[in-house]
Design a protein around this ligand. Structure first.
Ligand code: PLP
Length: 477
């Protein structure tokens, strides 16, 4: 049984940095000075700057295991693994050493024009063996992020259909509402979140959003399975209305992540996959969050036997220690692309030498420490049990999740009617309160999302949910 541990915020750094406004950090500045420089010169991604500058940005100084140490010397339990990515936790010297060794020998060389480096070859080979048997994916082209992995997938798909003589007619792309696929112009167009699309007058034409299976959000009296079935019927209707011969591919996260942690209802994903197969539409699994263990398998596609035509990866591939993205494709797609001759796509840092070495060290840790088996058999089920124990809390409308990813839909005292009058306030508020209680969760609309490092222990899961319960109590009060 889990043992009781000190709450994370009770354990301060040696020498107690709290209130020590005079302590100087790299590069010789106090926290107040760093915050001032941040305000003067730094634009943050996905941030409301005027709001942030009312209090000053929150500076994280160090990471150890599942914990972060912040500007006040507080230890915060990182319930989101950075941005759903630090699968092996912070402070893994083995990764740092592997990267140091690689950078000393060869920090960088490209994979353009008939060259490449050892780590890029070794990583492509490792990915092929990890997917072998369960998918037809055999080849990888590297990039630097999840967005780039999806941008790359989109270009390979266009080239593939062109070489097969079906393009430009077969060029529309389907994705789902409440999906998140990145921030490039095209990968934003894939994303099914109005907050990401509207400020930039996106999506581009030819990007079509079919309904994602978010039953709680639809709030129409259907249970998740019924709603999932309705989504399938609606997707079929859209495919027929558009014409299957105009649709090149469908992108789907097996569990929708940044759109609010939306697991697929029973039967939904295999049906979606079948629909694509029936209509000769390429199926792209965006496994940027779900790849590398979070759902208790190397890839979530295996859980639903999706056998994708393409798969996009990032985040957990290096546990966030260095940027790296990857687009995997089947042999058939590779051979078609090869038939087209010169592949005019790639980034300066495609297959970056140090990032690939970093990924290899990270994948070694995941395998050696059996983090995937542990997630599947022990920590994932326990995390889900703790999540479900919160379902009766008055501030909770719904809990959902799979293994080490979960979400809590929040309710105000006025219930859903009040939520409809005043939406999108509770998630951010709850995430702010959670930090006071020593845990980092992500606020999205009126929910909080969690996806801790895969090294999390049962005791740390207890701590995480202790902080979340206090957060819910305070929110309700
Ligand atoms: N795809 C999914 C499913 C994601 O969750 C994300 C980021 O959260 C991306 C793509 C984009 O990845 P990046 O932020 O590395 O560009």
């Amino acid at each position: 049984m889990p043992v009781k541990m000190a709450a994370p915020w009770e354990s301060l750094l040696p020498g107690t940095l709290r209130d020590s406004a005079q302590v100087r950090y790299h590069p010789g500045m106090t926290i107040a000075e760093l915050q001032q420089k941040d305000r003067e010169h730094h634009l943050h991604p996905f941030t409301n700057h005027p709001d942030m500058h009312k209090t000053g940005t929150h500076i994280i100084l160090r990471g150890e295991g599942c914990f972060l140490i912040d500007q006040d010397g507080r230890r915060l339990l990182d319930g989101l693994a950075g941005l759903w990515c630090v699968n092996v936790g912070y402070g893994r010297a083995e990764i740092v050493e592997r990267v140091r060794e690689q950078m000393t020998r060869l920090p960088y060389y490209c994979s353009f024009f008939n060259t490449t480096t050892e780590p890029a070859i070794e990583l492509a080979d490792r990915l092929a063996s990890l997917t072998a048997g369960k998918t037809r994916l055999t080849h990888t082209i590297f990039c630097n992020s999840g967005s780039e992995a999806n941008e790359t997938a989109l270009k390979l798909i266009r080239a593939y259909w062109k070489i097969r003589g079906k393009s430009p007619k077969k060029s529309k792309i389907l994705s789902r509402t409440f999906s998140y696929h990145g921030v490039g112009i095209a990968s934003t167009s894939l994303t099914g979140l109005p907050t990401c699309l509207a400020p930039f007058d996106l999506p581009l034409s030819g990007f079509i959003h079919v309904p994602g299976p978010y039953a709680w959000g639809a709030d129409n009296g259907m249970n998740p399975e019924q709603y999932g079935q309705w989504c399938i019927e609606e997707t079929r209707r859209i495919i027929q209305a558009e014409g299957a011969d105009t649709i090149a591919a469908l992108f789907a996260e097996p569990v929708q992540g940044a759109g609010g942690v939306i697991p697929p209802p029973k039967g939904y994903l295999p049906e979606l996959r079948r629909l694509c197969r029936e209509h000769d539409i390429l199926f792209v699994a965006d496994e940027v969050i779900s790849g590398f263990g979070r759902l208790g398998d190397w890839f979530a596609s295996n859980l639903w036997e999706l056998d994708p035509d393409l798969m996009t990866l990032a985040k957990g591939i290096t546990s966030g220690y260095l940027p790296l993205g990857a687009t995997m494709v089947s042999r058939e797609i590779t051979e078609t692309l090869n038939a087209g001759g010169y592949l005019a796509h790639g980034f300066t840092y495609s297959g970056h030498t140090a990032s690939c070495a970093c990924a290899l060290a990270n994948l070694d840790i995941i395998a050696r420490e059996q983090l995937i088996e542990r997630t599947r058999d022990e920590t994932g089920p326990y995390f889900q049990q703790k999540l479900r124990e919160l379902a009766d809390h008055p501030a909770v409308g719904e809990v959902r999740g799979v293994q080490l990813i979960g979400a809590i839909e929040l309710l105000p005292r006025g219930g859903r009617a009040e939520l409809a009058r005043n939406p999108n306030t509770l998630g951010g508020k709850a995430a702010g309160i959670a930090r006071k209680h020593g845990v980092i969760v992500r606020g999205i609309r009126d929910l909080i999302a969690m996806s801790p490092p895969l090294i999390i222990t049962l005791e740390e899961i207890d701590l995480l949910f202790e902080g979340v319960r206090k957060t819910l109590d305070e929110l309700w009060d």
